[in-house]
Design a protein around this ligand. Structure first.
Ligand SMILES: Cc1cc2nc3c(=O)[nH]c(=O)nc-3n(C[C@H](O)[C@H](O)[C@H](O)COP(=O)(O)OP(=O)(O)OC[C@H]3O[C@@H](n4cnc5c(N)ncnc54)[C@H](O)[C@@H]3O)c2cc1C
Length: 453
């Protein structure tokens, strides 16, 4: 495409292919639109036509936010750019092309001059018996919606049976992994279930069991020991069970076996025990680090193990191993939205600078800390050494994420959701039948028509 433009005397534009339209993909594209206008043709590839604002997944699951408002539609935001709805299958950087399997059944190869690898991460699972068949992930909006419908569905089914063992199983929810995503999902879901119990007089509050299983000796390691201890106490004071230094050993058909000897049945197991870089990277000729990340220099250019820059390849976010210049030699930036957004903007600026023949600059950002919501009006925060608990932390969580969610459109919709919930309480409607949309129609088609009179 570049050659044909040149032969017509049109200044050639650099073809930039962005793999992944999440935090990094979206912000790189937006930055290039501002900083390299007229110099680049941008294509973004993602199987999902939206960017997910992950910190709102627990609230979307808990009914405080309409799930659609926790995602940002890419086509609406990336006007003037090409969006391919499909999955990258391989990267052949030597020949500057990537294979894409579109969602609509046709495969294609897309050529590029510059590639931005922004494929993020997937759940880091372990070969635990029953996990693959029975466990739920908590990384995507569909999983958040499913969890909400499942929890409310379990309450409804438990309320309709007198069988003790069945009730106990339906009302037991196990979360594995106590990082901030897991703790938020655990606490928000329990808060929603507890609020929903008001409408289920058939169930005693003591029948609801929320169990967290964490391999380390504390939860929320990102917030430091004091906040981890506070959060554990807070959750236990709500009647939730937190097992530390404990492993899930088996969950075949919901029969839970823990390394501390506990055995019980649960209808729901949610796996939130960390992430690993996108496995697609293994189908690329880009150099990977020991844990499967693309290796980067501080300028966010891809590098070999010897530190040589691979021309035309950039990476950032969860799939990249980016040196943390604030933490000394050998340290890498942790996978977080805070780094992903800043790295993406930095990468976009560096790419634009390089196209103008200017020097690229190193990325340096000291992590500011974290805020986590533990349910309505409950939270915990450790930001730049300032530790907050309870309502102030929860308020900070809301204001911080309101400022961070991309686009005025999404900000307005989320504020409306929160305001409506303030006056009318959170929405507790269960839409379990969403997962079987053809059921009613099939039943109608199968029912015997009445004979004509
Ligand atoms: C529940 C949850 C809560 C979180 N809360 C916080 C928080 O409060 N604070 C914080 O700092 N961080 C938080 N994080 C972490 C943060 O969201 C991530 O670090 C951040 O999203 C990383 O950005 P990314 O662009 O690298 O990956 P992503 O945003 O995940 O983007 C990757 C994109 O690549 C796409 N993709 C995947 N495979 C392919 C393929 N084969 N082809 C094409 N596209 C593909 C995906 O669909 C996705 O859109 C949370 C994460 C989760 C799961």
């Amino acid at each position: 495409m570049n050659d044909s433009r040149k032969s017509l005397g049109i200044p050639s534009r650099e073809r930039v292919l962005i793999l992944g339209g999440g935090y990094v993909g979206l912000y790189v594209a937006l930055t290039l639109r501002r900083k390299a206008r007229g110099k680049v043709d941008v294509t973004v590839v993602d199987p999902r036509p939206y960017m997910t604002y992950y910190p709102f997944l627990p609230e979307a699951s808990a009914g405080s936010i309409e799930p659609r408002h926790a995602v940002v539609p890419l086509r609406q935001e990336l006007t003037g750019m090409r969006l391919i709805q499909g999955s990258v299958t391989d990267i052949d950087h030597v020949h500057r092309s990537a294979g894409i399997a579109t969602d609509f059944g046709d495969d294609q190869r897309v050529e590029y001059d510059q590639v931005v690898v922004a494929l993020g991460s997937i759940a880091r699972t372990l070969p635990i018996p029953g996990l693959q068949e029975f466990g739920l992930g908590f990384k995507y909006i569909e999983e958040a919606i499913h969890l909400r419908n499942r929890v409310l569905g379990c309450l409804a089914r438990a309320a309709s049976t007198e069988d003790r063992a069945t009730r106990q199983r339906l009302l037991t929810f196990v979360f594995v992994g106590g990082g901030f995503a897991g703790v938020e999902a655990f606490a928000e879901t329990e808060d929603m279930a507890r609020a929903a119990m008001r409408h289920y007089p058939e169930i005693a509050p003591s029948e609801l069991h929320f169990v967290m299983v964490e391999a380390a000796n504390r939860i929320l390691p990102e917030m430091g020991p004091a906040m981890g201890r506070y959060t554990t106490d807070q959750l236990r004071s709500r009647g939730m069970v937190v097992h530390l230094e404990t492993l899930l050993e088996s969950c075949v058909n919901g029969a839970i076996e823990l390394s501390n000897g506990d055995r019980f049945d649960a209808a729901t197991v949610v796996w939130t025990a960390g992430v690993r870089p996108s496995p697609v990277l293994r189908h690329s000729d880009l150099p990977l680090g020991p844990r499967g990340h693309v290796m980067c220099s501080p300028t966010l250019e891809v590098t070999t193990a010897d530190g040589d820059v691979v021309p035309g390849a950039w990476a950032a976010g969860d799939c990249a191993q980016v040196p943390d210049l604030t933490a000394g030699d050998g340290a890498y930036c942790a996978p977080s939205a805070q780094h992903a957004v800043r790295q993406a903007r930095h990468l976009g600026k560096n790419l634009a600078r390089q196209l103008r023949g200017k020097e690229v600059r190193p990325y340096k950002h000291r992590h500011l800390g974290l805020v986590a919501s533990l349910g309505l009006h409950k939270g915990v925060a450790n930001v730049m050494g300032v530790k907050l608990r309870g309502w102030p932390a929860w308020f900070m969580h809301r204001t911080y994420h309101m400022a961070q969610i991309p686009t005025a459109n999404r900000k307005a919709r989320v504020i409306l959701d929160w305001t409506t919930a303030l006056f009318f309480r959170r929405d507790l409607v269960s839409m379990g039948r969403l997962h079987e949309p053809r059921r009613a129609f099939i039943e109608a088609a199968q029912s015997t028509p009445e004979p004509p009179r």
